[in-house]
Design a protein around this ligand. Sequence first.
Ligand SMILES: Nc1nc2c(ncn2[C@@H]2O[C@H](COP(=O)(O)OP(=O)(O)OP(=O)(O)O)[C@@H](O)[C@H]2O)c(=O)[nH]1
Ligand SMILES: [Mg+2]
Length: 372
Amino acid sequence: MNFKQPKFKSALHVMPGVEGGHDGLPSNRSVTVGNTIPETQRKGMTTQDYLEGIFCGDRTRLARAITLIESNSPSHFAQSQEVLKSVLPRAGGAIRIGITGVPGAGKSTFIEAFGTYLTSRGNKVAVMAVDPSSTVTGGSILGDKTRMERLATDPMAFIRPSPSGGTLGGVARKTREALLIFEAAGYDVVLVETVGVGQSETTVRSMVDFFLLVLVPGAGDELQGIKKGVVELADAILINKADGSNIIPAQAAKAEYERALHYLQPATDGWQTIAMTASALTGDGIPKVWEEIESFINSTKLSGAFQSRRQMQERAWLRAIVEGYLIEQFYANDQIQQLLPLLDSAVMNGEIPATTAAQKLLDTFDADRTTK
Ligand SMILES: Nc1nc2c(ncn2[C@@H]2O[C@H](COP(=O)(O)OP(=O)(O)OP(=O)(O)O)[C@@H](O)[C@H]2O)c(=O)[nH]1
Ligand SMILES: [Mg+2]
């Protein structure tokens, strides 16, 4: 079955015969032998080229592999799936961490401090963002590179801006698949940032092992402005900006959250969601965040919660792909496109029940598919 790619436009097309520059990286042309450009670079890289690049840690080919899987072009679909299938046995080894929080909470500054701390310990860190609102600009992370100056030039880190997918589903697919590529390339910590708006936190939660909610003290009464649902997704709450005159309010906020957390359902079986304070600016509390994450990973691996969450995530992901495919096929069907506006207005005018209209649409769709 050929899964059609969504029809929205992307700013991240993979260009055949890439000569460099489209993903911000230098051209590969210097590798040419004599005057001839190797076939693989002229016509697009082979699957083997991508895989070798990923496995040997070649950043240029790694970036291109991610560009390939981010492509919306149907002509890249088969090759991107081939690459993914081959990386799968080597994927899964990273600790996947989601980071959310209100705009301005300090997520990017935290990622700079935390990521740099991790690379100094010898970890290889990949940073991605799920930002469905980002289009041509390449997302907040790209604009944020000034806040991640050290990490952006750190050879042990790789920052990938949010793919411009148009829909959250599109961005989620690309992020999940890029995550597998990073893991196969030996990145052992993957950070996925998302602004705490709409559905994107739930989406990121569904692809990570550990979910961190970044808050700031003194933003009003605690729990204010934060949906209870988001707190319930978190494995830890980090009260950031605990520096200078903010230290006391930050500690008060931490205590208040600790109390509130006792009444909430923890996000992970067997792990009581914790509250911490830190300063992304001074680095205070940053090692403690990692300590807690390691302790979370150890205890959930021991209890099996870690593995079963990953399995559930894979299954949910499979279902989501199938559902997305079916919905797209349904609405793209010619007969449905003709019938839908008529039934829409009949339902809106109270002429027929919605269930009857839905049944008619589904019968039409089924009949049309069986005749094809
Ligand atoms: N004092 C203090 N300021 C901080 C700290 N962390 C971040 N800031 C400041 O808070 C502002 C917002 O920080 P960002 O890291 O851009 O916040 P963000 O959550 O990534 O924001 P969005 O990407 O817009 O959602 C910047 O001016 C930072 O310098 C901190 O620990 N202490
Ligand atoms: Mg940011």
